[in-house]
Design a protein around this ligand. Structure first.
Ligand code: NDP
Length: 489
């Protein structure tokens, strides 16, 4: 394991087939561990930033190769630790592989610019430089992919990392860091600091030697991190979730729409920041869409996420289950109409886990179910009069991450690309399915718009621009001076 405060993990030898069993035990990092890890990262920075970026890329490619080799084990670990179905667990790992490959190539680009000077015999250019040691604070819902996105960008940029995973998924984190260790990142470049948000998270954000923070999680925690980082005036990347909507227009291909809504709403049991949590349906097709959706939802196979026939697993933790059930209660109390689900599943297959029935409510525009992020398998359906009404409903939330429109009318599709207040818009596809070579992030309470993970923008979180002026005229040349007024100018 790389330098820093590594947790001691011991994987249980018992067969693990149901939730409630112990997977591994970890010690929680202390304040002193945070100091040790940051010191290791700081010590490694100079050598790492001077390592040519293509050589850093070679290490990322090696890590991608090892991830691929261990994909099955890592994917199963994701499923066992947080409960998403196995195909999604494997997809989680694949995203990290894809991003490491993409980021490795960035080592041979990392473009700056050459810009004309206003003076003769002078050259101007810009370079990207790494900011220094960076903290990566990650959630539990993509326990390999999100660390993969953040670390791939930071490492190729030349920043040593301090990786603080969610307390719910330390085993995935430890296995991911083992891969990086095996790939050969130098000591101190990769540091795992697993522990609580209040000790490790706060400790890292406040530490004077941590020069940027990349955070994914809930809005309130994100706001707290943003405030603490602002006091140090360091870079912060925040991705804080969404209340993502699909708009279904009356000319939509209904089969395509229903497939997309089921995948978007109930994939990963709705615990994706891009999950389809609202469906806004044109009034002309409302009854038909809702009827068919309920029918499909009631047939969804919920169960053991390791079983290949299962379509939806449990939610990740007792807290998640409690939160979703509370929202279901809120829905009932605020007189939203429960169309299906709305309960904890019971029976031998479910009693030891956090299994919820996939749920659909018909809701009003102001309902809390239409406004707040639940992060669970609950879809809120709203009725719209026309395109303009649908867009206004879609935009009437505090979040702005992902969005979608199903229509065969090109004019409507192109208008929606600009009208929807969100960092991502899909046309004829659900709100989930981001690809690593494109920018990922949102607007409004989803997070500040000046950073974007993934894609060519990924480097922004971890680098700053250095401007270089090279004067090869052999004499003092004065730019930005009114030469008319200077004697001998
Ligand atoms: P949090 O925002 O609390 O956790 C995300 C990460 O932040 C975890 O690593 C957590 O550590 C860490 N953290 C907690 N407190 C601090 C702190 N004071 N300073 C720095 N880091 C801290 O989310 P939860 O896991 O509690 O989930 C709550 C809700 O957040 C979900 O129901 C969902 O609505 C939303 N969420 C959004 C995600 C997204 O993709 N945008 C992902 C996950 C959750 P620790 O685990 O130790 O508390």
């Amino acid at each position: 394991m790389a330098a820093g405060a590594a947790p001691r993990g011991s994987v249980s030898k018992r067969g693990i087939r149901q939730t409630g069993e112990v997977l591994a035990t970890f010690s929680s990092a202390t304040k002193q561990d945070v100091q040790t890890a940051v010191k290791a990262a700081k010590g490694a920075f100079d050598k790492w930033r001077k390592t040519p970026a293509p050589r850093r890329g070679d290490l990322l490619l090696e890590a991608a190769r090892i991830l691929r080799h261990r994909k099955e084990d890592l994917g199963r670990t994701v499923t066992l630790e947080m409960g998403k179905i196995l195909s999604e667990g494997l997809g989680d790992v694949q995203e990290a592989i894809d991003f490491y490959q993409y980021a490795a190539g960035e080592g041979r680009r990392m473009f700056g610019e050459t810009v004309p000077s206003e003076l003769p015999n002078k050259m101007c250019l810009t370079l990207r430089l790494p900011v220094g040691p960076v903290a990566l604070i990650t959630p539990w819902n993509f326990p390999i992919a999100i660390p993969g996105w953040k670390s791939g960008a930071a490492l190729i940029a030349g920043c040593p990392i301090l990786f603080k995973p969610s307390s719910l998924t330390p085993l995935c984190a430890a296995k991911f860091v083992e891969v990086l260790d095996e790939a050969g990142f130098p000591p101190g470049v990769v540091n795992l600091v697993a522990g609580s948000g209040s000790v490790v998270g706060d400790g890292l954000v406040a530490h004077p030697d941590v020069r940027a923070v990349s955070f994914t999680g809930g809005v309130e925690t994100g706001r707290h991190v943003y405030e603490a980082a602002a006091r140090k005036m360091i870079k912060v990347g925040l991705e804080l979730g969404g209340k993502n909507a699909i708009i279904a227009m009356d000319d939509a291909n209904l089969e395509l729409l229903l497939d997309g809504v089921m995948f978007g709403a109930f994939g990963t049991a709705g615990q994706r920041c891009t999950a389809t949590s609202r469906l806004i349906v044109h009034q002309r097709i409302y009854e038909q869409v809702v009827g068919e959706l309920v029918e499909r939802t009631e047939k969804l196979r919920v169960g053991n996420p390791l079983d290949e026939k299962t379509e939806m697993g449990p939610v990740a933790s007792p807290d998640q289950e409690k939160k979703v059930l509370e929202y279901i209660d809120i829905g009932k109390k605020e007189r939203s109409k429960l169309l299906t689900g709305g309960r904890k599943l019971k029976g031998p297959a479910y009693d030891r886990g956090f299994f919820l029935a996939p749920t659909i409510f018909a809701v009003g525009r102001k309902a809390r179910l239409a406004q707040e992020e639940l992060f669970g398998p609950v879809l809120s359906v709203l009725r719209a009069k026309d395109y303009a009404d649908a867009v206004s409903i879609a935009n009437a939330v505090k979040y702005g991450l992902s969005s979608s429109i199903y229509t065969n009318d090109l004019r409507q599709a192109f208008r929606a690309m600009q009208d929807l207040e969100a960092g991502i818009t899909y046309v004829n596809a659900p709100t989930i399915g981001a690809e690593v070579q494109l920018p990922f992030g949102g607007t409004k309470d989803t997070g500040p718009t000046d950073t974007r993970e993934a894609g060519p923008t990924a480097l922004e979180e971890f680098t700053y621009w250095k401007t270089i002026y090279v004067d090869y005229s052999g004499r003092l040349q004065k730019a930005q001076i009114d030469t008319q007024r200077i004697v001998g100018g």
